[in-house]
Ligand binder design. Structure first.
Ligand code: AGP
Length: 368
């Protein structure tokens, strides 16, 4: 086992640091001369483009990856995208039609809830697409078509590199499905250029390891941690909080910043740590206003912002600031989750818990 971990103490840490390579592998052979080629979807592209909606379905981290890719999928395809947590879709017997494209996202390809939702969608005649890391998995075999994320074997129960590769694959899917639209050509070119530079930017953000360890040190005694995000980074808040709760065994909630004043604001005081994701995208000015409102209530803030924006998010120097490299908006969730993964990792080690095998959890949940 130690040989497989290489220079790292834990699989989670190794897998976090592998992300520049896993992302490179995910994109390999799929971006040629500014065009995205996804062989697994080729024969079904016409049906996907004509679908009345796209439904993203998954559990846990895989659901969050789909949520992160949702805005760009809608923007580039002009097809409405709805989200379903697999168990909830089954509980509600959600409406699904043969004109729908159902995209099932699962690292293992063996999650029971996701596979049952797949059976349900197949029975209702939807086109079923798989996004998985596991070649030959039930999900890969039972869907009509799909894309492998090629993240490499993920051993830590906390999914890290699979999450970022899932997002990259779904962004590439959005580019491929929307490639018949001239109106978005410049935007698609900018995203493809961003994808090419992404592994290098991920390498840069990993340099925050020491800073995140110091932040974890300041939080080890806390009972609770909130994370506020919105737009492209709502998923980052949910996923960051899931990482903290599942490995560091600390209560943590990811919240939509737009919902703050509808309840969560009552929790704010000078003690509760709150991470606000405020990187520079079209939600930035709204997040600046959230920060001001939290400051007005003496909130204890940790603000994640784009490099060079520290004085914009924290003019009086009162908050702790984490600066991350800026990339195109739809890829920013990939950069932003990495400090949160590192924070969860260090919190777990410092609190003395099992990083790779948290209590009560299994890597793949094969029962309902
Ligand atoms: C991730 O850190 C979790 N362990 C969990 O939420 C996981 O993502 C979920 O169980 C879905 O697994 P899958 O991707 O293999 O379907």
């Amino acid at each position: 086992e130690q040989i497989k971990k290489g220079d790292f103490d834990h699989f989670m840490k190794k897998e976090i640091h592998e992300q520049p390579d896993s992302l490179t592998t995910s994109m390999r052979g799929r971006l040629k001369d500014g065009v995205v080629g996804l062989g697994g979807l080729k024969d079904h592209m016409r049906t996907i483009r004509r679908s009345r909606r796209i439904i993203f379905i998954g559990c846990g981290t895989s659901y969050h990856a789909a949520l992160a890719a949702r805005p760009i999928m809608e923007e580039l395809t002009d097809i409405p995208v709805t989200m379903e947590i697999a168990s909830d879709m089954l509980d509600r017997k959600a409406l699904i039609f043969k004109e729908d494209t159902a995209v099932f996202v699962s690292q293992s390809g063996e999650t029971a809830d996701t596979l049952l939702a797949l059976e349900y969608a197949l029975q209702h005649g939807a086109l079923c697409v798989g996004v998985t890391n596991t070649v030959g998995s039930t999900l890969a075999r039972k869907t009509h078509c799909g894309v492998h994320i090629n993240a490499g074997c993920e051993i830590g129960v906390a999914s890290t590199k699979a999450y970022t590769c899932q997002i990259v694959v779904m962004v590439m899917m959005a580019l491929a499905i929307g490639s018949d639209k001239m109106s978005t050509l410049a935007q698609r070119e900018a995203i493809i250029a961003g994808l090419t530079k992404l592994p290098e930017k991920v390498h840069d953000v990993l340099k925050l390891d020491g800073e995140m360890k110091a932040l974890a040190q300041s939080l080890i005694e806390e009972q609770s941690l909130l994370m506020f995000g919105r737009g492209n980074n709502y998923a980052t808040a949910l996923e960051g909080a899931l990482k903290v709760k599942e490995v560091a065994l600390m209560h943590s909630e990811g919240m939509l910043a737009g919902e703050m004043k509808h309840g969560p604001l009552a929790l704010v005081d000078e003690y509760l740590p709150i991470i606000v994701i405020a990187t520079h995208d079209d939600s930035f000015s709204k997040q600046q206003s959230v920060i001001q409102q939290l400051h007005a209530r003496k909130g204890r803030l940790i603000v994640m912002c784009s490099e060079g924006d520290a004085s914009l998010v924290c003019p009086d120097g009162r908050s702790r600031v984490i600066e991350v490299p800026r990339v195109v908006d739809c890829l920013q969730p990939i950069i932003n989750i990495i400090p949160m993964q590192l924070l969860a990792y260090h919190l777990t080690v410092l609190r003395g818990y099992n990083v790779d095998q948290p209590r009560n959890l299994a890597k793949s949940v094969t029962t309902q």
